[in-house]
Design a protein around this ligand. Structure first.
Ligand SMILES: *Cc1c(COP(=O)(O)O)cnc(C)c1O
Length: 404
């Protein structure tokens, strides 16, 4: 590897939020207004977000994990229920099911898209199944049409974990539509800095069901019957009440002000990411044995992550170390919740009746594609400000790394 390449790749992060003066001024505007928690900026952000994805309602919350928790509660998930999902996801997906006292039932993924394999869902539906929680992993839309068909047959609600998928699109009855419309019952988004737009931390829940939306608004604020924004503007004394158990899952107005600026940048961010992803595909096409991610014809990804499968002969951590030595940050494939200590065998299921199951902690015969993806894939740097020279450098170093 030449010195000139090393000069370029010296310090390439896996991801970088694109924030600037506009966001700093927006945060300042919220601070100087004197109203800093959930208030007018949150309300405006919700309206703009709903308009962007094409949803009737958008409710801002503290992050996507809390969004998922409320979504599952809204569709009635209770202790002892089962929720079908993937193990191959950030742990928040499965955790949100356990917060409801329910059991995540893990289904394996399709190797090509890293998303839930719809053909395997029918096998794990039981009388205890209460919902299907699908993930648009790394921004790639999952096969929603096929999943919704199955869900309808069984009368099951579908929640979309769209944490990574703001700006991704899906072909729906011949039209490109934004993820989050939502196509299932409820979609949940994240504004963590590792995602495509950020508010520091933050989340959004979209739905076309006004009853769900009402529920979310109560739950996120301790179940309080009269929001503080209303009491603040009231000319008469009002006392609030707490008819139900709620949570503090609020977003602040400082975050929402930043989010509104990020939303304005989103089309440009998605365009740039798609351009860089295509460049990766072109430049990496000739690496023998390297498997590149690709979009099914029904999907347009925002490429929140660009994840490649290494050639058989390559050792994942060695390749990552060669890249790191050259200054390039990578991450291994998406984690599998069922392999973590927090997921002892009783806390999840692969749908096989416990007595017939030969699963061990950390390994399951029915989840081999998930485990393979974690062990054999790596995520390459991709962010809005990445220059072509930096990307060329990453490609150069990866090619060298794959040869060792
Ligand atoms: C990041 C992520 C989450 C959690 O989002 P937070 O906003 O950090 O709570 C959930 N699901 C998936 C698939 C994610 O990538």
């Amino acid at each position: 590897m030449s010195e000139s390449i090393k000069n370029i790749t010296q310090n390439i992060a896996i991801a970088k939020p694109w924030l600037g003066e506009a966001e700093a001024n927006a945060a300042s505007r919220a601070i100087m207004s004197g109203w800093v928690t959930q208030g007018p900026e949150v309300a405006a952000f919700e309206q703009e977000f709903a308009a962007y994805v094409g949803a009737s309602h958008a409710c801002a919350v503290s992050n996507c994990t809390t969004a998922l928790h409320l979504a599952l509660l809204a569709v009635g998930v209770q202790p002892g229920d089962e929720v079908i999902t993937v193990s191959h996801s950030y742990i928040a997906t499965a955790n949100s099911i356990r917060y409801c006292g329910a059991v995540p039932v893990f289904v394996d993924i399709e190797p090509q898209t890293f998303n839930i394999n719809p053909l395997l869902i029918n096998d794990v539906i039981s009388e205890r199944t209460r919902a299907i929680l699908v993930v648009h992993q790394m921004g790639m839309p999952c096969d929603l049409k096929a999943i919704l068909d199955i869900a309808k047959q069984h009368g099951l609600p579908v929640i979309e974990d769209a944490a990574c998928a703001i700006g991704s699109e899906i072909l729906w009855d011949g039209q490109w539509e934004k993820i989050g419309k939502p196509h299932g019952d409820i979609a949940c988004f994240s504004f963590h800095p590792r995602k495509v737009i950020t508010t520091g931390d933050g989340g959004m829940i979209t739905t076309n069901n006004s009853e769900y939306d009402k529920q979310f608004r109560l739950w996120r604020q301790h179940g309080m019957s009269v929001p503080d924004t209303v009491r603040h503007g009231a000319k008469q004394v009002i006392f609030e009440s707490y008819p139900m158990l709620g949570y503090n899952y609020r977003m602040t107005d400082i975050q929402a002000a930043v989010g509104r600026e990020q939303l304005k940048r989103l089309p440009e961010i998605v365009e740039r990411r798609r351009y860089l992803a295509q460049r990766y595909e072109e430049m990496l096409a000739d690496v023998v044995g390297l498997k590149l991610p690709s979009e099914p014809t029904r999907a347009k990804s925002n490429w929140q992550s660009f994840c490649v499968r290494l050639p058989e002969k390559c050792n994942q951590s060695q390749v990552m170390q060669v890249l790191l030595d050259a200054g390039v940050s990578t991450r291994r494939g998406i984690m599998c919740a069922h392999r973590e200590l927090a997921y002892q065998i009783e806390s999840w299921s692969c749908g096989v009746k416990q007595k017939d199951c030969e699963c061990e902690a950390g390994s399951c015969k029915l989840l081999t594609e998930s485990e393979q993806a974690q062990e054999r894939a790596i995520i390459l740097p991709l962010f809005h400000q990445m220059s072509q020279e930096e990307q060329n450098g990453v490609v150069e170093v990866l090619k060298t790394a794959c040869q060792v």
